[in-house]
Design a protein around this ligand. Structure first.
Ligand code: PLP
Length: 406
């Protein structure tokens, strides 16, 4: 056998292709319908002027002998590592040094690659429902046992639903790697300081490592919800944090992210910071210079204001979606510190049945919750990443449709 047979065990991820196929069939049958897409996880607002200005300037530099940049440092340019240390961490009173920050080309690759630092036998825990990349990347590495049609036999699921207030429970069995995400995808829920303290204490007690995904941290409003796991004392000895410019600043196409691997994080006598540097130096040649300059501009005074305005725009859409659901008697979570709103499908419908009703009767596309894990069954995700106009129209249609279903 010369192939990695673990690929064969991974079920086809048919969620988004099945969504696209059902929408395509519907549009073929009803060519005049105006379908509103609230299923998307991609941003729609153009890049901020400060970011565009920095991109142009960096492109022009490439036309000069003095300004030309070839291969950059594998861990990222110092100017961006410093800007992130100050702008993401110093600004909230957290001490993260630039050499603990690694620039990447997106949190998808960072969160999929980070598992390479750990043993093939490390036991993994994920919240359920969850961003599927954490699961599939560990499945490809052969850590999850076999898939029984619904679950991986060797994966620890931490179910999150209204029964436990969407607070991931501590695992019943010992685990070594724990993926947490706040604000979360797909549920849009956040972890409180007390929740994070409990997890950091758990990891300190057991030696587990927490992989904390803050891709949506820019959506946190107010001061109650932690913006970084390093706000919790002792987290620098147990946690890696993954951040992204995708949802914060519209970089889904440009591609830029960061990973914090604290120097205090060691296991089995090895520094995980040194291991990640080694891994990146071997397999990654850096995020483009012009993109890193564009990311740096996010922390300029204009950049900050402009990207915040875009985040606020999406948050307003999110609040409207959630309020519309609740006014119709459908209780929902998320949408407060997140672009995602999550809810149980009305009248006990399953995720795909509700998907079809929503598409056929209101011409709205959402995302069936079952695609994010077994506890997502019977749930649904709506996203705020469409325009304010489309979101308002969707809200009007939902307000008409939902009372006929609940
Ligand atoms: N993490 C979470 C929870 C996400 O939802 C996403 C994208 O949807 C990502 C990471 C990946 O973001 P990117 O690769 O664009 O940085």
């Amino acid at each position: 056998m010369i192939i990695n047979t673990h690929f064969g065990e991974i079920p086809q991820s048919y969620l988004f292709s099945e969504v696209a196929e059902r929408v395509r069939r519907f549009e073929q049958q009803q060519p005049d319908a105006r379908v509103l897409r609230l299923g998307i996880g991609d941003v729609t607002r153009p890049l901020a002027p400060a970011v565009i200005g920095a991109l142009h300037a960096a492109v022009d530099e490439q036309a000069t002998t003095e300004g030309f940049q070839g291969y950059g440092p594998e861990a990222g340019y110092e100017f961006l590592r410093e800007a992130i240390a100050a702008g993401e961490y110093g600004s909230i009173g957290v001490d993260v040094a630039p050499d603990e920050i690694f620039i990447g080309d997106g949190s998808k690759s960072d969160s999929a690659n980070i598992q390479e630092l750990f043993s093939e036998t490390a036991r993994v825990a994920v919240t359920d429902p969850v961003y599927p990349v954490y699961v599939d990347s560990n499945a490809m590495a052969g850590r999850l046992g076999s898939f029984d049609g619904e679950r991986w036999t060797g994966l620890t699921y931490l179910p999150c639903d209204d029964a436990n207030g969407y607070r991931p429970p501590l695992p019943a069995e010992p685990v070594e790697l724990i993926y947490l995400c706040s604000p979360g995808n797909p549920t849009g829920t956040t972890m409180s300081r007390a929740d994070l303290e409990e997890w950091v204490q758990y990891a300190r007690r057991t030696g587990a490592v927490i992989l904390f995904d803050v891709a949506y941290r820019a959506f946190i409003t107010g001061d109650d919800v932690p913006r970084s796991i390093y706000e919790i004392e002792g987290a620098d000895e147990v946690a890696i944090e993954l951040g992204s410019f995708s949802k914060t600043a519209g970089f889904t196409g440009l591609r830029c992210s960061w990973t914090v691997v604290p120097k205090n994080l060691t296991r089995d006598g090895a520094s995980l910071n040194a291991m990640w540097l080694r891994r990146q130096s071997t397999k990654f040649n850096g995020t483009p210079y012009i993109v890193q300059r564009a990311a740096e501009a996010v922390y300029s005074a204009d950049g900050r204001e402009q990207v915040q305005a875009d985040v606020d725009y999406y948050l307003q859409n999110a609040r409207l979606i959630r309020a519309t659901l609740e006014q119709a008697g459908v209780s929902a979570v998320g949408g407060e510190h997140s672009p995602y709103v999550w809810f149980r499908c009305p009248s006990g419908m399953d995720s795909w049945a509700f998907f079809d009703v929503l598409l056929e009767q209101a011409q709205i596309v959402g995302t069936p919750g079952v695609g994010f894990g077994p506890t997502g069954a019977g749930h649904f995700r709506l996203s705020a990443f469409n325009t304010a106009e489309a979101t308002r129209e969707a809200a009007e249609r939902l307000a008409k449709l939902l009372p006929t279903l609940v």
